[in-house]
Every structure is written in C-alpha cells, then in structure tokens.
Design a protein around this ligand. Structure first.
Ligand code: NAP
Length: 283
C-alpha cells in the first residue's frame, strides 16, 4: 500500500517546494490541489478518511500549505473539524514553510544564545515565517517586538499570535530601512523575516549597535534581507555579532520538513503544529 500525501494549498497553484520535499520525506505519491478553502475541502477529507482500514490509515496524510498563514489555520481547523472517531489522518500545517523555517531558525539561535528576557525584534514579522518566529521567541521568554510597514498590520499580527499562542509581542510600525534601523536600537537579537528579495536593513544600521549579539535573516534571494550578512552564514561572527543567513537556517529547515513528513506516515498525528515539534528541537 502506497504512502499518499494530499497537498492542500490555499494558493491557486500548489507549491513545488512542498511537493518535492514531500517526496524526499518518503511519500510514494503526492496528490496536490490548489485553491483549497474551508468551503471546498470537505470531499477531499472524506476521500482520505474513508478509503483505508484503521491499520493502513497512517499511510495517508495531509499537508496544508500556501502563502497565507490565516488561510492555512482556517483550513487546518476545517480539516480537523471534519474528522470523527477513527476517521482521521495525520495533518501537517506549514504555510510558506512557516513552522519549519521559524522552528529551525529559533532553535539554532536558542542554541547559540539564551533567549529568556532577551529583547528580540522580528523585522517584517507579518508574514507566515515572522508570525511563527515571534511566537516561538516569546514562548522562550524573550521580549518580542514585531515590525511592519503598517501599524495596523503589525497590531493585527500580534493579535493573531496572542489568540493562537497566548503570548503578546509588541507591534511597531517601521516604514523603511532607516525606520527599521531605529527599531533595533537596544535590541539583543534581530530576526529578519521580510519578503523574498527585499532588503530590510543595511549593514550600517546594525554594525555599531553594541547591544545586538545576534542577527538572523531568512531571505535567501538577493538582495538579502540584511546587508553585511552572507546567506550561508551559520553562527559566524561579523562585526562582533553572531550571524545566520537564510541558507544557514535553511539546512535544518529542510531536514526538519523532511523529518516531519516521515513521521506523518509513521504515527497518526492528529494535528502537527508548532507545539508538537518545538520541544523536539530544543537544544
Ligand atoms: N531560509 C529558509 O529556509 C526559508 C524558508 C521559507 C521561507 N523563507 C524566507 O523567509 C522570508 C519570510 O517568509 P514569509 O513567507 O513569511 O514572507 P512574506 O509573507 O512574503 O513577507 C513577509 C513580510 O515582508 C514584508 N514585505 C513584503 N514585501 C516588502 C517590500 N517590498 N518592502 C518591505 N517589506 C516587505 C511584508 O510585511 P509588511 O507589509 O507588514 O511590512 C510581509 O508581510 C522570505 O524571505 C522567504 O523567502 C526562508
């Protein structure tokens, strides 16, 4: 019997990255669907849960992806709500690599420096990766500030985190690189989670900031998110600070993503979100 992964993407087109990593994680076949919403996901869930007997059900799993974190959360809620009794399969939510990237980044940072009571600034934290990273940092006892170009978006993101994880980052508006540079003054850790190919900070914004001990950037596509850092940096020292680039974080992210898919088919996981793999990654 084949290991089948149903890839449910909230975007119109299923994400190629998630498909490839799904195969590398051990799926024999991936059936991918785009444009999935809580309104149209029902028949797909029914097909997944009514086709295999109890001992074989673990060979069917679902992966929820897409660029929109809130849409992914809604899909996950719709999927798990439709399950009943033993008619359920493993589900993983990782909209835009949110959980795996944030967990890999925060775990590596936590290994390098203690996080409790540290001032962490998550730059452009309104996307899926930033939302999850901010929550993880706060859960580790850090004082987290989350920036956006827009005050209301920052506030909405922090409310989302509060509602989902019970922790409260501080929202802050920062419209451009200089404004973002101002937000990191006095911080201990900076985590840049801006969109792909978007530069958020120049090197001059951080190199003389004495309080900053570590900077991480998730953006792998030039121009990188933080000037003066290389994408391959993985705990290197630059300007007397520890630095992590996107590829430095990405290696563990990829391993984690694959490992999560492997486990989807080993045990029936009701709902695999941040909470489940955070303790596993703790240094
Ligand atoms: N290293 C890895 O393994 C890995 C894995 C997955 C993702 N990533 C990277 O992680 C980063 C975050 O991913 P994501 O999906 O969370 O990002 P995203 O949703 O595309 O963007 C995050 C935020 O960046 C801000 N932004 C977008 N375009 C901008 C612009 N032109 N100027 C200034 N700010 C802009 C927006 O915030 P506001 O509008 O609120 O300001 C947006 O909410 C991306 O660079 C992605 O490529 C890395």
């Amino acid at each position: 019997m084949k290991r089948l992964l149903l890839l449910l993407d909230s975007d119109p087109m299923p994400n190629a990255y998630d498909i490839i990593v799904g195969y590398d994680g051990g799926a024999d076949h991936i059936v991918s669907y785009g444009g999935i919403t809580p309104g149209n996901v029902g028949p797909l869930i029914d097909g997944a849960v009514f086709t295999r007997g109890p001992s074989e059900k673990k060979l069917t799993a679902m992966f929820i992806g897409g660029a929109n974190m809130a849409a992914g959360e809604e899909l996950l809620a719709a999927v798990t709500k439709r399950f009943f009794g033993n008619f359920r399969v493993s589900v993983m939510l990782d909209s835009n690599g949110s959980n795996t990237t944030a967990a890999a980044g925060v775990a590596q940072i936590a290994k390098a420096v203690p996080l409790a009571n540290k001032k962490v600034v998550v730059l452009s934290g309104t996307g899926p990766v930033g939302l999850r990273a901010a929550a993880l940092f706060a859960k580790e006892g850090a004082q987290v500030t989350l920036t956006s170009r827009d005050k209301q978006r920052a506030a909405a993101a922090c409310q989302l985190i509060q509602a989902r994880f019970g922790v409260s980052p501080i929202p802050l508006a920062a419209v451009d690189n200089d404004a973002r540079g101002a937000t990191i003054r006095g911080a201990d850790i900076v985590f840049a989670a801006g969109g792909i190919g978007v530069k958020l900070l120049e090197e001059r914004h951080w190199r003389d900031e004495r309080t900053i001990e570590l900077i991480a950037d998730c953006n792998a596509q030039p121009p990188l998110g933080v000037g003066g850092i290389d994408a391959t940096d993985k705990g290197n020292t630059r300007q007397q600070k520890l630095v992590f680039g996107a590829l430095g974080i990405g290696g563990l992210k990829l391993k984690l993503h694959r490992a999560c898919v492997v486990q989807l088919f080993q045990v029936q996981i009701k709902c695999w979100t941040l909470k489940r793999f955070t303790p596993w990654l703790k240094p």
